[in-house]
Design a protein around this ligand. Structure first.
Ligand SMILES: NC(=O)c1ccc[n+]([C@@H]2O[C@H](COP(=O)([O-])OP(=O)(O)OC[C@H]3O[C@@H](n4cnc5c(N)ncnc54)[C@H](OP(=O)(O)O)[C@@H]3O)[C@@H](O)[C@H]2O)c1
Length: 297
């Protein structure tokens, strides 16, 4: 238990309550996203579970409603591997809701065999980075109108192994499933830093997080990783523990001065040299806009 406590530190101790606040959590039907949504609902927020599988989402929404007594837990369809679905989600959300105070870009895929999204993007880059990039762009005005508001991008320690190869962003030339995940998690941090720079003074702040090594379904595509997760399951975080840093960045008072920073175990964490490179962050922003057909400013 002592080793586990040491490895699984970082608890969000904030007592902030969230009545009247609106939150969206992507990939909220399982793992870290589900626990993050539960924590937000527990504090009284209206929480949208943005899931690609509505049935799974409804089951979880009922579970959270029963556990927290908060009936304002809603499920909406969002498939980040399809820009049409992202646009439809945003359109309906904007029509339905007056505010958005917390956006948690949590959903993710890891170590998929080479495959493409509906729009032809490599799956890791498409879902983990481009999907959330577009979603955030579409919801940005609402976040600004609702300020103070926050965007939390769930990245990973694995970003240290990532590189942004602009000539091979779609990974077609030399595909490695493990590295493809790392590249997309690096993109999450670069996106956060560029977004923070662009949002300065708007009242919207943004953070990237490493949730820790968490026992979840993320390793579903890799039998080896599944076995490793099983072997070390006693030492790694539970999804509830994994949700703490996202929650910390979403609700902790006074965190605005750390706009754009990366967090792990509810503290500021070190990022790789490439993740600190402003030129790469700006170029990735422009390339992402170009790929998604978003006008560049
Ligand atoms: N677990 C770890 O050790 C760890 C470490 C570092 C970072 N992270 C990050 O933490 C985040 C959450 O991961 P997790 O561990 O909770 O994994 P998980 O249990 O596999 O949950 C991932 C969530 O993302 C959803 N998702 C996948 N593809 C999607 C798509 N195309 N559209 C919409 N939703 C989609 C999944 O939906 P379905 O259930 O429908 O597939 C699921 O709800 C990820 O960004 C991951 O990279 C995890």
């Amino acid at each position: 238990p002592k080793i586990r406590k040491m490895l699984c530190s970082g608890v969000c101790t904030s007592t902030v309550q969230l009545p009247g606040k609106v939150a969206v959590v992507t990939g909220a039907n399982t793992g870290i996203g589900k626990e993050t949504a539960k924590e937000l609902a527990q504090r009284g927020a209206r929480v949208y579970l943005a899931c690609r599988d509505i049935q799974k989402g409804e089951l979880v929404a009922r579970e959270i409603q029963t556990m927290t007594g908060n009936q304002q837990v809603l499920v909406r369809k969002l498939d980040l591997a399809d820009t049409k679905s992202i646009r439809a989600f945003a359109k309906d959300f904007l029509a339905e809701e007056k505010h958005l105070h917390i956006l948690i870009n949590n959903a993710g895929v890891m170590m998929c065999p080479y495959s493409k999204t509906a729009d032809g993007f490599e799956m890791h880059m498409g879902v983990n980075h481009l999907g959330h990039f577009l979603l955030t762009h579409l919801l940005l005005e609402k976040l600004k109108e609702s300020a103070p508001s926050r965007v939390v991008n769930v990245s990973s320690l694995a970003h240290h192994l990532g590189r942004i190869h602009f000539h091979n962003l779609q990974g077609e030339k030399f595909y490695n499933a493990g590295l493809a995940y790392c590249h997309s998690k690096l993109a999450n941090i670069l996106f956060t830093q560029e977004l923070a720079r662009r949002l300065k003074g708007s009242g919207v702040t943004t953070y990237s997080v490493h949730p820790g090594t968490v026992n979840s379904e993320l390793v579903r595509h890799s039998p080896f990783m599944k076995w490793m997760w099983w072997l070390f399951s006693f030492f790694i975080k539970t999804p509830k523990q994994g949700a703490q840093t996202s929650l910390y960045c979403a609700i902790t008072e006074g965190l605005e001065i750390l706009n754009g920073h990366h967090f792990s175990d509810c503290s500021v964490a070190w990022v790789s040299a490439q993740a600190r490179n402003e030129t790469i962050a700006r170029r990735l922003w422009d390339v992402s806009c170009d790929l998604l057909g978003i006008p560049m400013d």
